[in-house]
Design a protein around this ligand. Structure first.
Ligand SMILES: Cc1ncc(COP(=O)(O)O)c(C=O)c1O
Length: 443
């Protein structure tokens, strides 16, 4: 194929398309990839170049692209039912997926017993926030306040922006947002100076203080369990999560665990909440849920929350919320096939081992002067590189692309989130290319 294929498509793209999280005055400078096809962990551009998908197409692929069993499940579903509304009707994939999801749910001092579907991570966060507030209204007293963590990211719709804490993304919209109060993030404390346990204890003390002051008004605490992902893969100790669970209970608030990035095996457990042995009142799943094929998300709730919405129609306790494409059968079929295949192939166990292997491969990079920190939990890692004028992370990712590895940074944090089914030699290629890319950029 001629080398000009990409440039011709990029010119058409620049003339017609507005991309997410993109400064279009610089869009073409970064030589965006025109992806033509994909298979397993590999992306192929329109010029025939091949790249290892080092960020799972923005953290979504589990097995990789075009896993034959998932392709077949979607085709099979398409042969029977493309779409039917979930308002006043139901269907097999929607029911079976809910059953399968609940069977995987974390277990402990409470049980998640119902599944509410939404479209993507942000829309599931919106649903969870509204549920939490309405739950407070219908169980005694309206509590209009949410506790969010510093540096949190929960999506881009206004409700999810309200509970975010990344100024670059969120500050502009402050006049439009819900009532929230910020608690410190465990990442606000220098875990390398004091240790992760101390950072967790300080953040938990901060959360307790916020709840002591505002708890009466707080319907829910929302957090990303174990890793604040979009802030730069900020890992923290499970003790913080366990403390947040206790503090929420003590103050009569719900705990919402946003597992959009960390769920579905990503951290080497099916759900990141399992690292702390806790069960949230509301658990949000998206991204990897459909193996990276189609948009679908879910809010898993306890029966206690669900039951607060029951009553005679005239009482208007109903959750008046939903989307046209809620539980689309094709999306549900993809997710169902993904979860079943994950179980059959022990993918979560594989992810745990792959994560350990990545840890071993990444360890020597810490010796480089340009590398300021490495964080990892399961198959999500970040390698922080030193400031180097503008956009060091972008420069490293461009150098990695020349070596056949496709990455996308978060500021100066180079993120590694390959498919959970990655093979050993592919993990070596991934980290080797990153190592060489850092050497090139900081030569
Ligand atoms: C923790 C978390 N919550 C919510 C979202 C938003 O999900 P979506 O982009 O599917 O709306 C993201 C996206 O990265 C996320 O990392």
């Amino acid at each position: 194929m001629p080398k000009t294929e990409s440039s011709a498509w990029l010119a058409r793209d620049a003339a017609a398309v507005w991309h997410p999280f993109t400064q279009h005055s610089r869009w073409l400078d970064d030589e965006p990839t025109v992806v033509e096809r994909a298979e397993g962990p590999w992306l192929y551009d329109i010029d025939g170049n091949k790249y290892l998908d080092g960020v799972s197409s923005l953290w979504v692929t589990t097995f990789g692209h075009r896993e034959p069993a998932i392709d077949a499940a979607i085709r099979d579903q398409l042969g029977r039912l493309d779409h039917a509304t979930f308002l006043g009707a139901t269907h097999r994939p929607g029911i079976e997926l809910a059953e399968e999801l609940l069977a995987t749910a974390p277990r402990g001092d409470r049980a998640l017993g119902k599944v509410f579907y939404a479209g993507d991570g942000s829309s599931a966060v919106e649903a969870a926030l509204k549920m939490a507030y309405q739950y407070s209204v219908q169980t005694g007293r309206a509590k209009p306040l949410f506790v969010r963590l510093a540096q949190a990211y929960h999506g881009d719709t206004l409700g999810s922006v309200s509970v975010g804490g990344i100024d670059l993304f969120h500050a502009t919209y402050k006049p439009l947002l819900l009532k929230t109060v910020e608690a410190p993030s465990p990442a606000d404390f220098d875990r390398r100076a004091t240790g992760e346990a101390e950072a967790a204890a300080e953040a938990a003390a901060g959360l307790e203080k916020v709840m002591a002051e505002h708890g009466e008004e707080v319907c829910a605490i929302i957090l990303e369990p174990m890793v604040q992902a979009a802030a730069g893969i900020l890992t923290y100790d499970a003790a913080y999560l366990a403390a947040a669970r206790r503090i929420a209970d003590r103050h009569g608030a719900l705990l919402i665990c946003d597992e959009v990035a960390v769920g579905v095996g990503r951290t080497g457990r099916m759900w990141a909440s399992e690292h702390a042995g806790i069960v949230p009142d509301l658990l949000i799943a998206a991204k990897g849920l459909t193996a990276g094929y189609l948009p679908l998300s879910a809010v898993l709730t306890t029966d206690e929350v669900y039951e607060a919405f029951l009553g005679a129609p005239a009482e208007a306790r109903t959750f008046f919320h939903g989307h046209t494409y809620t539980a689309n059968p094709l999306c549900a079929a993809a997710a169902l096939a993904n979860l079943r295949l994950m179980r059959e192939r022990s993918l979560v166990e594989h992810a745990e081992k792959l994560g350990d292997r990545l840890g071993v491969l990444l360890a020597p990079l810490a010796e480089r002067e340009a590398v300021t920190d490495i964080r990892r939990l399961g198959v999500m890692a970040a390698v922080d590189v030193a400031d180097k004028g503008e956009r060091a992370g972008v420069a490293v990712c461009r150098a990695a692309k020349k070596r056949g590895v496709w990455l996308r940074p978060l500021g100066n944090s180079v993120v590694l989130m390959p498919p959970l089914a990655l093979r050993d030699e592919e993990a070596e290629l991934l980290v080797g290319a990153l190592d060489e890319a850092i050497a090139e950029v900081y030569a």
